[in-house]
Design a protein around this ligand. Structure first.
Ligand SMILES: Nc1ncnc2c1ncn2[C@@H]1O[C@H](COP(=O)(O)OP(=O)(O)OP(=O)(O)O)[C@@H](O)[C@H]1O
Ligand SMILES: [Mg+2]
Length: 642
């Protein structure tokens, strides 16, 4: 681990110096160092004056770094704290260093946010009083050699190592095997430098810690139960993200809001409050919540514009995913969505005159291998970049990812209205393409897809026939049965029917199928009159076009019968019991009545009627309006139709 050979060419560098050195400095940069032209004399900043909690992580660090400190053969100790921006990695490290100030002979605090800051800092180390006797030549290399030669138990902190690769960072480790190295980074792969056992992901604060921090930051008493209750609601909404909590407190302390109003303001102006430049928290962090992630965005953008082909392609792919993910649910973002979208069979797409989501699908990450499988290389590169900035998190399977809800919201809030329209449509078309019409995908996949579809529909308003039909069927199939959920299905189906009526005409089979689906939803909603009206029209049309013995016609009869049965039940007609009894035996009919899907063929009852066993047809017919009034209505409607 000797990095002195990678320094040539580097010229702008930042280091933080010893705790003692701070006393003689008079010009400070924003992390607490002294700037002398391109040199920054490194200082260890203080932790936030309202530092709160994190005792377990600090205890773990203490245990790790204090084991066998005086052993003659002590090997260098390493540790990595990784996690998303604003989660508190640097603060934990600062608190740890403060509490362990007697343990380390010297602490070198390196701002590792760029090669420039590292080089400035290393040069600054040459100016430290402790280094003077060694006559260093002022170069970064000489600083590293000097540190490497120290016999004492020094610590070197590489803070905010977010942009450098692990190999690049390793190049700045001092030679030799003494001392202690602590890294903070958004990039979990830095653990290849420290080993996974010597790494820890920093996650959100405990709720009680977050409440305490909010009250401290708001300058309010932490012993008042009512204030604690208000604070609890706020920190939950902020997912106990320390940066967000600290900033909310600063906002309240400024008098811009009181603790009781804050939540209401936040819910209406989330984007504004999370990007407010005046409330960037205590300490010298200097970035708003959104500003934190914006930094990562800018770095990815820079990579996308790089001359290095591979770097540019990975950056480009990451930007694409960052545009799309905010319009999906923040959890369970499965790679299957993309693999299904890439390999969908477009042959089955019908109705070319209708607006189709499939025709606006962006194929950027959907290319295929020669054998027709999805080529996920570029997708994976983008995912890798997002993971390295902790903008997404890897799930246990490695092919399912999640995004912190606030990052998900930031992804949308940073867009203009036009960008939002474009990106929500991209996500919409991808979801639609990933959903197969014939329900052959696993239940689990389709179940997760529902959450994404419902989230996406909050932002996408344009009508696309294939998507709306599939989404409607998906929601229905997944048993969305509350009143509100059924109304969601109804909304989709009304639009499908309207569009098909206008574009394909009333008699088109796809229009009739849409009518049947909507009728079934009306029936589920208890809107029997509306359901019956449509079902009579469906039956009329099918009688006319397909003939009365066609399975689709029989199915339509069954559906009408079911509606009329439900009507008579609700009217408590005398013979209702018998009718219920009749249909409850007819399992096939009941299942077949749950909507229709033209392209998937006739649902259960129809399939059976058409295929293997004609007895089912007889059974279905027998279970239909055994009852004359239904038959009468059918005949009546047929007469009217003629
Ligand atoms: N334990 C804490 N107590 C009080 N405030 C905290 C704590 N942790 C974080 N904060 C607040 O959140 C801000 C951001 O924390 P910190 O700089 O540690 O985040 P980070 O994880 O290092 O982020 P980045 O990846 O951007 O470097 C701090 O400046 C401080 O205002
Ligand atoms: Mg940090």
């Amino acid at each position: 681990m000797n990095g002195t050979n990678i320094l040539p060419g580097a010229h702008d560098f930042v280091v933080s110096g010893t705790i003692n050195a701070a006393r003689i400095m008079n010009i400070y940069n924003n992390i607490g160092g002294r700037v002398v032209s391109d040199v920054v004399i490194p200082l260890v900043p203080n932790p936030s004056t309202r530092f709160t909690g994190r005792t377990e992580i600090i205890a773990k660090l203490k245990e790790h770094f204090s084991a066998n400190p005086n052993s003659g053969v002590q090997r260098r100790k390493y540790f990595l704290l990784h996690g998303m921006g604003g989660i508190g990695k640097t603060q934990i490290c600062l608190k740890f260093i403060e509490e362990m100030s007697d343990h380390f002979s010297t602490v070198f605090w390196m701002d590792t946010s760029s090669v420039g800051t590292i080089l400035q800092g290393l040069k600054g180390i040459c100016l430290l009083p402790e280094a003077k006797p060694c006559m260093l030549d002022g170069s970064p290399e000489s600083a590293l050699h000097w540190i490497g030669s120290l016999k004492e138990n020094y610590a070197m902190v590489f803070d905010n190592a977010d942009v450098l690769s692990p190999a690049e960072l390793e190049g700045y480790f001092p030679p030799g095997q003494r001392g202690n190295i602590l890294i903070t980074s958004r990039n979990a792969t830095m653990q290849c430098l420290t080993s996974p056992e010597n790494s820890l992901e920093v996650t959100e604060m405990e709720e009680n810690e977050a409440i305490l921090l909010l009250l401290k930051a708001s300058c309010l008493s932490s012993s008042n139960i009512d204030l604690k209750a208000e604070a609890s609601k706020i920190v939950k909404e902020l997912y106990c993200l320390p940066l967000g909590v600290d900033q909310a407190g600063a906002f309240i302390a400024s008098g811009a809001s009181n603790i009781g109003d804050y939540l209401d303001k936040y819910l209406h102006h989330q984007g504004t409050l999370l990007s407010h430049s005046e409330f960037t928290g205590a300490s010298k962090y200097n970035k708003s919540v959104y500003g934190t992630w914006e930094l990562s965005y800018k770095e990815i953008q820079q990579r996308a514009g790089s001359d290095d082909f591979h770097k540019a392609r990975a950056g480009d792919s990451a930007l694409f995913l960052l545009a799309l993910f905010p319009f999906l649910h923040h959890e369970s973002i499965s790679e299957e969505i993309f693999s299904f979208a890439a390999t969908q069979d477009t042959e089955t797409m019908s109705h070319p005159h209708l607006p189709l989501a499939h025709s606006v699908l962006d194929h950027k990450l959907l290319s295929l291998n020669e054998d027709g499988t999805w080529d996920n290389l570029i997708f994976k590169e983008g995912v890798r970049v997002l993971l390295s900035f902790s903008l997404i998190k890897k799930g246990t399977s490695g092919t399912v990812h999640s995004m912190h809800p606030l990052v998900n919201a930031w992804g949308r809030d940073r867009m203009t209205v036009k960008e939002k329209e474009k990106c929500s449509l991209m996500a919409f078309a991808t979801l639609s393409a990933s959903l197969e019409h014939n329900q052959s995908q696993s239940y689990g996949f389709r179940r997760t897809l529902v959450t994404h579809v419902r989230k996406n529909l909050q932002y996408s308003n344009n009508y696309f026939d294939d998507a709306y039909e599939k989404f409607g069927l998906l929601l229905r199939e997944q048993g969305y049965s509350s009143e509100a959920e059924k109304l969601e299905i109804q909304k989709l189906e009304i639009q499908v029917l309207d569009a098909r009526n206008k574009i394909l005409g009333e008699d088109h089979p796809a229009t009739i199928s849409a009518k049947a689906n909507l009728a079934s939803t009306y029936r589920n909603l208890g809107k029997h009159t509306q359901a019956e009206k449509l079902e009579i029209q469906v039956l009329d049309a099918r009688n006319k076009i397909l003939g009365e013995e066609h399975p689709h016609t029989i199915l339509a009869m069954g559906n009408l019968a079911a509606t009329q049965k439900a009507m008579s039940q609700s009217r408590k007609v005398d013979n209702a019991k018998n009718q219920v009894h009749n249909t409850s035996d007819g399992v096939y009919v009941t299942q077949g009545m749950e909507g229709e899907n033209m392209d998937a063929g006739v649902p259960h009852a129809g399939n059976r009627v058409q295929g293997e066993d004609d007895a089912y047809a007889v059974q279905a017919l027998a279970n239909l309006p055994s009852i004359t009034n239904v038959g009468d209505r059918i005949i009546h409607s047929q007469k009217k139709g003629n």
